[in-house]
Design a protein around this ligand. Structure first.
Ligand code: HEC
Length: 253
């Protein structure tokens, strides 16, 4: 019987159950902190409280909304110039903020309307004397850049694999029927992380992939909670069905 080593928790020595329990407790706390972090870093970006698919789109693909220059022209700086000139500046930004167009049409407007204040004399307000200074206010928000995504991807791929290998290894010792439920709970988190991370990039191309990010994140959380609760419960409070106990408590499927 080479499968004998995969026996139910209740047949394990106390020291091993203590090790498993301590590991689960600390991983559980870690997971809660991870949830808080995910929530705090993404929630509310769309202006509404809570974490929504729209928040994820903004994180990965960008809001593509108004640049700071446009926001200022529609907000606090609206009174500084006639509407026609304002529209001209906004149209230039939306066309891609080209340098030659700037020199021809935008710079003269700014010289007349803006440089009175935005001339570098006050270090707290943007300096519009040069093209580069204006460009600092016209970065279109396109979300997390690829390099950041690559960095976060490899950390997540390694980290999540460790977490779900450990919880899964412990959960293997639980008695779960039907057997496919146990097998699905072991494999799903690994599928979810791959879909999750692929969708970070795909959301840049096609925004509805933010739904995959959302669903796979929720799925990982649910499977973690499920494995955790079943393992902990069966380790300390469960009585193995007699037919399994008589079979030596083997729970490998
Ligand atoms: C009378 C002075 C004055 C004039 C003229 C003026 N601004 Fe400003 N601008 C300010 C001050 C002060 C701030 C910083 C405080 C603030 O953000 O309201 C500012 C801030 C800004 C910002 C930064 C907003 C941000 O997101 O931090 C932009 C962009 C801007 N102005 C654009 C313009 C443009 C374009 C014009 C010309 C059409 C213009 N301003 C004309 C005084 C001026």
């Amino acid at each position: 019987m080479t499968r004998q080593h995969c026996v139910h928790f209740t047949l394990m020595p106390l020291s091993m159950r203590l090790l498993f329990s301590a590991t689960l407790v600390v991983l559980g706390i870690g997971y809660i902190f991870a949830m808080i972090y995910v929530f705090e870093s993404h929630a509310g970006h769309d202006g509404k409280p809570g974490l929504s698919v729209r928040d994820l789109i903004i994180a990965y693909s960008g809001s593509k909304g108004d640049t700071r220059l446009e926001a200022a022209l529609k907000g606090p700086m609206a009174g500084m110039l006639p509407t026609a000139e304002r529209d001209e500046i906004i149209a230039w930004v939306r066309r891609g903020a080209k340098r030659d167009e700037f020199e021809q049409t935008i710079a003269p407007i700014m010289e007349k309307r803006c440089l009175g204040c935005h001339n570098g004399s006050n270090p707290h307000i943007p300096n519009f004397e040069r093209f580069e200074g204006v460009m600092e206010m016209v970065d279109l928000d396109t979300g997390m850049d690829i390099f950041t995504l690559v960095r976060v991807s490899h950390i997540h791929l390694f980290g999540i694999t460790f977490i779900f290998f450990i919880t899964g290894f412990i959960f293997c010792h639980a008695y779960v029927r039907p057997a496919w439920l146990k097998q699905a709970a072991l494999v799903l988190p690994f599928l979810a992380i791959v879909f999750d991370i692929a969708s970070w990039y795909l959301t840049k191309v096609y925004e509805p992939f933010a739904w995959v990010v959302m669903v796979s994140g929720v799925l990982m959380g649910l499977v973690f909670a499920y494995q955790w609760l079943v393992s902990f419960y069966q380790m300390w409070f469960y009585r193995l069905p007699p037919e399994v106990a008589e079979n030596g408590g083997v729970v490998c499927d």
